[in-house]
Write a protein that binds this ligand. Structure first.
Ligand SMILES: CC(=O)N[C@H]1[C@@H](OP(=O)(O)OP(=O)(O)OC[C@H]2O[C@@H](n3ccc(=O)[nH]c3=O)[C@H](O)[C@@H]2O)O[C@H](CO)[C@@H](O)[C@@H]1O
Length: 373
């Protein structure tokens, strides 16, 4: 089977693409995969590391209003569709799958014009604009959340609720491997702090007070992933303020984790943004979470993602504008000092997890190929 997979910009679009590609390869056996992204997105870093052949096209994002820039972008998009069509004609895929990000627009549109079976996977409770447009052209839509179905006006037979795909390592990683790889103390409770795939400034800022409060705590350790861009300045500020982050201490700071599954396996509590894939990973493992949704995500979709977990008792939500170090410490103490609250949230979280999502999407892709034969 030959599959083109496209998704880009942030980890929340790229990891689902990688996971689906691996699952199709596993289920279909003899399989060739081509990943199509852009040179500038995070995919240019992550996809070659994962070992997939990688082709790129130039794409620009549309502004959400009428402007001259948009008219120019529209012409550039026509060029991108043409370029995507050349890649597709050369590779001859049986199915083309898109997992979101601007790059999917031209790739899926070109595939649909060339009459190749297509699937889009939407991760969020509120769908992105590219997927809403593409929903008219593609053959199947795989949704992370049931609620998202209300935002598509296409025929309901196109839609399947699969959940969001998560890497198999998220389920198979063990606490022991995480403790060893990340130099954690096996006897301490671990708080994993991640502001999505690019980091989150407001969480990073609030963390200073949290470090000070928990520094040298005998029961709790903090693993904070800052995002690449702020890592150096955070480490400098910490050194200047005299907080202990030496090796063997209880505060560990990383710019990015290529092996996030082992960090999740070691976490007792998470402090997260509310990107849909991060939430799928947390719920698949049943990790209680404090969520601070990114307030500028398109149509405020992170807020809706977060509230879906809060409604089920799987997370505490703090609005970004209300986030302070004191609020975060208070929420952490509610969880860390009350094992029964923590274990109840863990149970609720696990109930929401859909670790089989990737398999369901891969089967959908294979069934599209089979209907052609
Ligand atoms: C600002 C914005 O609009 N963000 C969107 C983006 O989020 P973003 O890419 O931040 O979000 P997600 O939390 O959904 O996914 C992040 C992925 O990156 C991985 N990871 C992250 C950090 C790290 O150090 N290592 C690592 O491997 C996580 O394990 C996860 O697999 O796509 C998501 C899925 O469409 C959306 O819900 C988010 O709203």
């Amino acid at each position: 089977m030959r599959v083109i997979i496209s998704g880009g910009g942030t980890g929340g679009h790229i990891y689902p693409a990688i996971t689906i590609a691996n699952e199709v390869a596993k289920l279909a056996g003899n399989c060739e995969i081509l990943f199509v992204g852009t040179k500038h997105g995070l995919e240019a870093d992550i996809v070659p590391k994962e070992g997939f052949p990688f082709a790129t096209i130039e794409v620009r994002g549309l502004e959400r209003r009428l402007s001259w820039k948009n008219v120019r972008t529209l012409f550039a998009t026509i060029g991108s569709v043409w370029h995507a069509a050349q890649i597709i004609k050369k590779f001859k895929p049986d199915v083309v799958i898109g997992t979101g990000g601007y790059v999917c627009g031209p790739v899926l549109l070109a595939a649909s014009l060339l009459k190749i079976p297509t699937i889009i996977q939407e991760q969020n409770v509120i769908p992105g604009v590219t997927n809403k447009i593409l929903s008219r052209f593609v053959d199947k839509i795989a949704l992370g959340y049931q609620e998202a179905a209300d935002y598509f006006s296409c025929r309901s037979e196109k839609i399947t609720i699969t959940g969001n795909p998560i890497r198999p390592e998220v389920m198979s990683a063990s606490r022991e491997s995480g403790v060893a790889e990340l130099s954690l103390d096996p006897d301490k409770l671990t708080v994993l702090v991640v502001g999505g795939s690019r980091g989150a400034r407001s969480i990073n800022n609030a963390m200073f007070g949290v470090y000070r409060y928990f520094s040298n705590n005998q029961r709790i350790q903090i693993l904070h992933v800052t995002g690449q861009s702020e890592y150096n300045s955070i480490v400098d500020n910490i050194k200047q303020s005299g907080i202990e982050i030496s090796s063997g201490g209880n505060i560990i700071i990383k710019p990015y984790l290529y092996n996030m599954p082992v960090a999740l396996a070691s976490a007792d509590v998470a402090v997260f943004r509310a990107g849909a894939v991060g939430l799928a990973e947390l719920t698949a493992r049943g990790i209680p979470a404090i969520l601070i949704p990114y307030p500028y995500a398109a149509e405020n979709h992170q807020e809706f993602n977060a509230r879906a977990l809060e409604k089920q008792g799987a997370a505490i939500v703090i609005a970004d504008k209300e986030l302070t170090d004191a609020k975060l410490i208070e929420a952490l103490e509610i969880l860390l000092d009350h094992p029964e609250v923590l274990s109840n949230m863990a149970k609720k979280s696990k109930e929401l997890g859909r670790p089989q999502a990737a398999q369901a999407i891969a089967r959908l892709a294979i069934s599209l190929k089979e209907t052609l034969i």
